[in-house]
Ligand binder design. Structure first.
Ligand code: P1T
Length: 379
């Protein structure tokens, strides 16, 4: 089945009871048993829920994995992955990543004795210098949030295989429409399904996909034992969102390209970070690894002026100033004070997240209206 068909049918079967085309919302916490253990495969909704199961199968299908898991948020999904580890274990992570992921790693899991190395991975051979006998996991976000660096997943997979490490890829920005990390050697693919997978800014959810049964079993155990699952209503909404993922992504990419090109030529803009631009330092890897370049763009104005950046985001009218990304509507954000405020300024600036940086999540509105909005805001 090709990807565009999988978004609609992947892992899905019609409802056995009445033939409903969409899986019903099984709004139940528990399931009747005829005798202890005498049930139809469902005992309690933290463990299994038919609506969530349908969504988990869709996730697995889209990411070319065998097992999908849905969580109450993207961070809950990441939390489950790190719970595969134990005190003393070490993780090598991209240095530019979502501020909440950084906060989870440093403010929660470091307290439990897990050590994180945040490094530039644009050259995957950098990773080897940090591998030792305690290393268990490589954590990759690509494109990175918010600097849009592209990490070569296949090269990371080679390092992971050589040293017997788990490779996890946060595929939130790219989505499986643009890049399929499993096919490039990743062991775990993670999503904030809050973003493009849900696609309508109405749900907070996380996802994991794996191929290997033993790894899946460990993660299902953690999902049930820690309990950070999502509810059936939200599962239904994300299943509905997935069905248009390919159509939405196509438009996100088209609009993203037009806006990246517009910004690159703007006399008041110093630098645009979008992997589709030929002057992007990782453009060649992006071309090889991604089908297109997506709708996430970051930029800085000339003079690196904080007040100027704030003025621009305040003036935008079609773009909404808000956290998050990946919905049908365009959003603008100021990472240093919003999504990445939990990273100390010094650390943030090392990876380029300066106070004048603006991040756009380009939606699927008419691109002329989006450009006109940027024009009036930037001046
Ligand atoms: O918000 P949540 O669903 O828990 O997902 C966390 C997360 C994980 N990974 C990436 C790459 C992300 O971008 C996010 C969430 N990001 C935002 C809310 C944001 O505005 O960047």
């Amino acid at each position: 089945m090709k990807f565009n068909t999988k978004t609609i049918h992947g892992g899905q079967e019609h409802d056995k009871a009445y033939g409903a085309v969409m899986p019903p919302i099984y709004q139940t916490s528990t399931y009747a048993q005829s005798t202890p253990g005498g049930h139809k495969g469902f005992e309690y909704s933290r463990t299994h829920n038919p609506t969530r199961n349908a969504l988990e199968k869709a996730f697995a299908s889209l990411e070319n994995g065998n097992y999908g898991l849905a969580f109450g948020s993207g961070l809950a999904a990441i939390d489950a992955v790190i719970k595969l580890l134990k005190p003393g274990d070490e993780v090598i992570s991209t240095n530019d990543l979502y501020g909440g992921t950084y906060r989870l790693f440093t403010s929660i899991f470091e307290n439990f004795g897990i050590k994180f190395h945040f490094i530039g991975m644009e050259n995957a051979s950098n990773i080897e210098g940090y591998v030792n006998e305690n290393t268990k996991l490589i954590w990759v976000e690509t494109p990175t949030n918010p600097m849009m660096n592209i990490i070569d997943i296949e090269a990371c997979a080679e390092v992971a295989k050589k040293h017997d490490l788990i490779l996890a890829v946060d595929n939130t920005f790219a989505t499986p429409y643009l890049q399929q990390p499993m096919d490039l050697g990743a062991d775990i693919v993670m999503h904030s399904a809050t973003k493009y997978l849900g696609g309508h800014s109405d749900v907070v959810m996380g996802a994991l996909v794996v191929k290997d049964k033993a790894l899946a079993d460990k993660l299902y155990f953690i999902q049930n034992a820690s309990g950070a699952v999502c509810g059936p209503q939200d599962s239904f909404l994300v299943l509905r969102g997935l069905k248009t993922l390919h159509v939405r992504m196509q438009r996100h990419c088209e609009n993203g390209k037009a806006i990246a090109e517009y910004l690159s030529k703007h006399p008041k803009i110093e630098r645009v970070y979008w992997p589709g631009l030929e002057n992007h330092p990782n453009h060649e890897i992006a071309k090889r690894q991604m089908k297109d370049f997506g709708g996430m763009i970051s930029f800085v104005t000339k003079g690196d002026n904080f007040e100027e950046a704030i003025k621009i985001v305040e003036k935008l009218k079609v773009f909404t100033l808000a956290e998050s990304l990946g919905g049908v509507e365009s959003l603008a954000g100021h990472p240093a004070s919003m999504t990445h405020a939990s990273i100390p300024k010094e650390e943030r600036e090392k990876s380029g997240v300066v106070d004048s940086l603006i991040r756009l999540s380009v939606g699927i509105e008419d691109v002329d209206d989006l450009i006109a909005d940027l024009e009036q805001a930037i001046g």
